[in-house]
Write a protein that binds this ligand. Structure first.
Ligand code: E4P
Length: 225
């Protein structure tokens, strides 16, 4: 399962890239709006840092297929080949996906709440389908279960599309999808940092260090004892 950062703050992206095995960046209009800056300025900053080969996912804003296609062309022109254009999985979106797929543009079908949306997106040429795990949970359904259904639909139909699960609020949701072997998950920096924020881990490490310092002296490590 790829692990992608769902954020546009360059400092947080840099920190996550330094410490964690991450595979790219996803954004959405709300995330870009939080920056208060020109969206392409922010996106170019991210592209320059992650490099031309890394995945960057950017969403269209237009409501019509024609408008979505125009948005997609501009996004790819600005940000290059490994940019996945996020298209909402609605009627106009499916039309846009088929046209863009034929042009060789990579698509992430977004705003997915049901397996049938994902099925239609995959048939329309999307490379990824993004179910919103936590938002589905908040509606009283099981987001992880829906992502698993989508994964099975893709495999059973020999679609190349993969699940890119999104909208996480806790590590349990992410763990269950990693166990199932879905294609990718995208999570906010807070959720990724919290994956190893655990009292038991901290306490075990502290105990090892304190025992060792008792042997060789405070502040000394294997490099200098
Ligand atoms: C993904 O495509 C969505 O843009 C995003 O992950 C939604 O996350 P949220 O529910 O935390 O806003």
């Amino acid at each position: 399962m790829k692990l992608i950062i769902d954020d546009a703050h360059i400092e947080q992206i840099k920190e996550l890239y330094e410490y964690y095995p991450v595979d790219g960046v996803t954004t959405n209009p709300t995330i870009l709006a939080k920056s208060g800056r020109n969206p392409y300025e922010v996106l170019h900053e991210i592209r320059d840092f992650i490099g031309a080969d890394a995945e960057l996912h950017v969403q269209v804003i237009a409501r019509t297929a024609t408008g979505m296609i125009a948005d997609a062309h501009r996004i790819v022109k600005e940000l290059g080949d490994n940019t996945y254009v996020k298209i909402p999985s609605i009627q106009e979106g499916f039309k846009a996906m088929r046209i863009l797929k034929n042009e060789g543009i990579s698509i992430t079908a977004t705003a997915i709440y049901t397996p049938l949306q994902a099925f239609l997106a995959a048939k329309s040429g999307a490379s990824y389908a993004a179910p919103y795990i936590n938002r589905i949970d908040n509606m009283g359904y099981d987001g992880v279960e829906i992502a698993r259904h989508i994964h099975d639909i893709f495999k059973n139909n020999n679609f190349k599309a993969e699940v890119l699960a999104a909208s996480f609020k806790n590590s349990q949701q992410l763990l269950e999808l990693a166990e199932y072997g879905i294609g990718a998950s995208t999570a906010s920096p807070d959720v990724i940092f919290a994956l190893v924020k655990n009292e038991a881990i901290t306490s075990a490490i502290n105990q090892f260090i304190s025992d060792f310092e008792g042997l060789v002296g405070n502040g000394k490590t294997m490099a200098d004892c």
